[in-house]
Design a protein around this ligand. Structure first.
Ligand SMILES: [Zn+2]
Length: 281
C-alpha cells in the first residue's frame, strides 16, 4: 500500500459511497462540489459501500466481522466476547437492507474502518484513490482521558467513514435542550415536536435534514485533507475543517461564510494548481 507521494502530478479519484436510508443526502451535488473545489479530479458515485464491494458468498463472514465491531461496554474498549448467532443474523439483515434506518448500536470506529478496508481491492488502495463511505451506522472512539466511548461523525482513514446518524447524535445540543429533555422525561414523555420547532428550530441537525448535503461537503473535505496532507482538522471555528463538538459549531462551520480559513483556502488553491507539497511518510 502506498499512501504518500512526493510528486505533484497526482491523478486523484474520489469514490463516494451512497447511504440509501438518508433521503436528503445528494452525492451528485457533492460530486459537483468536489470537482469545483479540487479542480481536475475524477469523482465516482457508487452504491452503498457493502453492496458495491461485498461478494455475496462472503456475506456471513463479513456480518461476523461487523458484529465484532460492536461496542459492548461504553467504558471499555474490550472486544473479546463470544458472538450470539442473532447478532450475526442482525448484521446480515442490515447488509441486505441498507435503506433501513438504524438506531441503538454503537460500533468502534477504528475496527469498523479495518473491516471496511478489507473489502477494497489492492488496485484501488493507494494514494490516488480516496474512498469516502457514508453509512447510517453510528460509531465512536474510545477516549483514554475519561475512559469512555464518544460518538463521532467521521473516522478519517483508508477509507474514511462519515455517519449520517453521527451528525445527528454525536455533536451535543444546547444545555437548554437537555434540561427540557430531562423535564419531559420525568413526565415519561419526549419533548413534543411543536416545542422543538418553536424553541430550537434549525439549531441542530435532524434526521433527513434538508441541510444534510451542504453540511456533508465539509466532512468530505476533512476526509480529502486527511488523505492529502494528513491533517483533516482546523482550529478556526469558521472553517469547514473545524472539528465541531456542538451542533451549533457544526452549523457555524458548515453553513456560514467563509467556507475555509485563509490557510486552507491557500492549500486548496495549491491543490487546484498542483503546487501542493504533499506530506511523505
Ligand atoms: Zn482552516
Amino acid at each position: 500500500m502506498k499512501f504518500f507521494e512526493e510528486k505533484n502530478d497526482f491523478h486523484l479519484t474520489i469514490y463516494l459511497y451512497s447511504e440509501p436510508s438518508s433521503k436528503t443526502l445528494n452525492l451528485k451535488e457533492i460530486k459537483g462540489y468536489l470537482k469545483q473545489i479540487l479542480g481536475d479530479i475524477y469523482v465516482e458515485v457508487r452504491k452503498d459501500f457493502i453492496t458495491h464491494l461485498l461478494n455475496s458468498k462472503d456475506i456471513n463472514e463479513f456480518s461476523k466481522m461487523l458484529a465484532q465491531c460492536k461496542v459492548r461496554d461504553l467504558s471499555s474498549p474490550e472486544f473479546e466476547m463470544d458472538l450470539l448467532p442473532g447478532e450475526i443474523r442482525y448484521e446480515k439483515k442490515l447488509i441486505e437492507h441498507p435503506d433501513v434506518k438504524l438506531s441503538g448500536i454503537l460500533y468502534d470506529g477504528g475496527r469498523l474502518d479495518v473491516a471496511f478496508q478489507s473489502l477494497i481491492s489492492q488496485e484501488e488502495l493507494d494514494f490516488n484513490n480516496i474512498h469516502i463511505i457514508f453509512t447510517n451506522r453510528l460509531f465512536g472512539t474510545f477516549d483514554e482521558k475519561d475512559s469512555r466511548y464518544h460518538a463521532r461523525v467521521i473516522i478519517c482513514g483508508y477509507p474514511s467513514i462519515i455517519s449520517t446518524t453521527g451528525i445527528v447524535e454525536a455533536p451535543a445540543k444546547s444545555k437548554e435542550f437537555y434540561y427540557l429533555k430531562q423535564k419531559y422525561l420525568m413526565l415519561g414523555m419526549e419533548i413534543p415536536h411543536e416545542i422543538i420547532n418553536e424553541k430550537f428550530q434549525g439549531n441542530f441537525i435532524e434526521y433527513d435534514d434538508p441541510r444534510l448535503t451542504e453540511i456533508m461537503k465539509g466532512y468530505v473535505m476533512q476526509s480529502v485533507f486527511y488523505h492529502l496532507i494528513y491533517e483533516p482538522f482546523c482550529k478556526e471555528k469558521n472553517c469547514r475543517l473545524y472539528n465541531a463538538h456542538w451542533q451549533k459549531e457544526v452549523i457555524n462551520a458548515q453553513l456560514r461564510d467563509p467556507e475555509f480559513c485563509k490557510k486552507h483556502e491557500k492549500i486548496l488553491q495549491d491543490i487546484r494548481t498542483r503546487e501542493v507539497k504533499l506530506k511523505n511518510q
